[in-house]
Ligand binder design. Structure first.
Ligand SMILES: *Cc1c(COP(=O)(O)O)cnc(C)c1O
Length: 231
């Protein structure tokens, strides 16, 4: 069931009033129709998040004429063979979770003469089912990119992303977000980034836990159902 337009507008207004000015809202529009995105766009929202390649490409095509300044963020599991469909237009890929995927994003971006901003997804939650790099893999990847910087003109390392455990335990969730924050600080000041000034984003927090993420230092929150309703 889609929410009526005025409810989407009200949800966006309330979120805007609740989020600090330096935290940006990624409106997660996955499984919701183009019409719902239009409503949010007309209410002033510009950053949208999607988690399936085909769906994102279809929405991009449908909206590019009437909403050309939408920034599309990809936030879902990404197969290397689908990166090529995103490379021409995607504003940020938040879910880079392997060296192989990073290499493919880099390759496709170079083909389009682009440098695509990316976030590295980190596995913080207790559930094994949640994706992301483990700490040691994360550090290895960052070191590798540092040592081969001349090969990586197609990507810009802009920060980290995670999903917290699915639990009611707010203390645990806060601990997980703070862990991402401390990894972020460790990397930013490690000397292992060619452009530490570009490493600015901590993407964490969804409809159920974003206030905790904001307290822990999120710069991007990814919110779907609290804007568009249940999927
Ligand atoms: C779906 C999704 C969200 C938004 O979830 P809500 O609970 O609807 O706010 C955020 N991040 C990722 C990676 C998602 O897949």
């Amino acid at each position: 069931m889609e929410l009526p337009s005025h409810e989407i507008e009200t949800n966006l207004r309330n979120l805007g009033a609740n989020l600090p000015e330096d935290v940006r809202l990624v409106a997660v529009s996955k499984y919701h129709p183009v019409e719902a995105i239009r409503v949010a766009y007309e209410a002033g929202q510009r950053i949208f998040g999607e988690s399936r390649v085909q769906e994102l490409v279809a929405k991009y095509e449908a909206l590019r004429g009437i909403a050309p300044d939408i920034e599309w963020h990809f936030i879902g599991p990404l197969q290397t063979n689908k990166v090529k469909y995103l490379a021409p237009f995607v504003h940020m890929i938040q879910s880079v979770d392997s060296m192989r995927l990073l290499d493919e994003v880099n390759r496709c971006a170079q083909k389009h003469g682009r440098r695509i901003p990316i976030l590295l997804e980190v596995h913080i939650a207790q559930e094994e089912s949640k994706g992301g790099l483990e700490d040691d893999e994360l550090m290895e990847l960052i070191e590798y990119v540092y040592e081969h910087e001349e090969d990586y003109s197609g990507i810009e390392l802009c920060g980290l992303m995670t999903m917290a455990s699915f639990t009611e335990d707010e203390v645990q969730i806060e601990g997980e977000f703070l862990r991402l924050r401390s990894l972020f600080d460790r990397i930013k000041y490690s000397g292992l980034l060619r452009h530490p000034e570009a490493f600015t984003e901590l993407s964490m927090g969804m409809s159920g836990d974003y206030p905790i993420a904001v307290r822990a230092g999120a710069t991007l929150v990814r919110i779907g159902s609290a804007i568009f309703g249940e999927r």
